[in-house]
Design a protein around this ligand. Structure first.
Ligand code: CP
Length: 305
């Protein structure tokens, strides 16, 4: 029996396959049947020290759809962090005003630190270039929805693998479920050594590529990511790689019928708009699934299901 009450959601490493399947099954229940009133009188504090559209709005919408309410920080400049208050002190205060906290911060490890000082559950909405576990749960939900399984798939993870926190969390999770990973990136943005080291320890299967063309016919999932300008210390380095992968219909001529393109979004140039109307585009449905996955996470951590 999986018990999530009061559990923090910080890193994919904290979850077993059984845990993840429980989250995905709960999300499927919410997608099939809304549960208004389930979280009545509960308050979500939504603390976003970095910009967000999907993660913040889907968490806030999820809480409101379940009958709860939301207090929110969407701009760090309007909070006392602008006066120098530490993350730990901010959390010690905000936890007194709410029942659960979702937080995004630029510093790797900040969510873990928040969990250490909070009595309420902390949900990591992205900590620097480290992890974005709730994105991974909705990615897995979308993969399961389109492929019917998480094991034995060929998944390309493409783009900014160095700074892309969603790619790190997803690689760990798919490695755990036994899918074959194909990392496609420029050399300067390859998957960090510590992630590959961890994947080897897990006996996950992965290969490294600089171009996707040759592997397209074998892929089930193409997970595209944005090259994250804001994380480059040197703008010149960003200019060199910014448009390195642009998916157009031409790239999709030899793909399998079940092939789907996912993207955590936002996109800049990496998926041409012409692709949106092909049967392979699944990134908008994927973003929609974020709502159900986040409803599940709120209900589970608050012990209501
Ligand atoms: N996928 C994702 O994290 O999107 P936002 O940055 O808009 O939250």
């Amino acid at each position: 029996m999986v018990n999530f009450k009061n559990r923090d959601i910080i890193s994919i490493h904290d979850f077993s396959k059984e845990d993840i399947m429980h989250i995905l099954k709960t999300a499927k229940r919410f997608k099939a049947a809304p549960a208004p009133g389930l979280l009545k009188n509960k308050i979500l504090a939504s603390l976003f020290f970095e910009p967000s559209t999907r993660t913040r709005f889907s968490f806030e919408s999820a809480m409101q759809r379940l009958g709860g309410s939301v207090i929110t920080l969407a701009d760090a400049k309007t909070s006392s962090s602008a006066k120098g208050e530490s993350v730990a002190d901010s959390i010690r205060i905000v936890e007194k005003y709410c029942d659960v906290i979702v937080m995004r911060h630029s510093i790797e490890g900040s969510a873990r630190l928040a969990a250490e000082v909070s009595n309420n559950p902390i949900i990591n909405g992205g900590d620097g270039a480290n992890q974005h576990p709730t994105q991974t749960f909705l990615d897995l939900f979308s993969i399961l929805e389109t492929q019917g399984k998480l094991k034995g798939l060929n998944v390309a993870i493409v783009g900014d693998l160095k700074y892309g926190r969603t790619t790190h969390s997803l690689a760990y999770a798919l490695g755990m479920f036994g899918s074959r990973l194909h990392f496609v990136s420029p050399v300067s943005l390859q998957m960090p050594n510590h992630v590959m080291h961890e994947l080897k320890k897990m006996k996950a299967k992965f290969t490294i590529h600089q171009h996707p063309e040759k592997i397209m016919p074998k892929l089930d999932i193409f997970y595209a990511t944005r090259i994250q300008k804001e994380r480059f210390p040197d703008p010149v380095e960003y200019e060199k790689v910014k448009d390195v992968y642009i998916i157009t219909n031409k790239l999709l001529t030899k793909v399998k019928k079940n092939f789907r393109i996912l993207h955590p979004l936002p996109r800049v140039n990496e998926i041409n708009y012409e692709v949106d109307t092909t049967p392979y585009a699944y990134y908008f449905q994927q973003a929609n699934n974020g709502l159900y996955v986040r409803e599940a996470l709120l209900a589970l951590t608050l012990g209501k299901i």
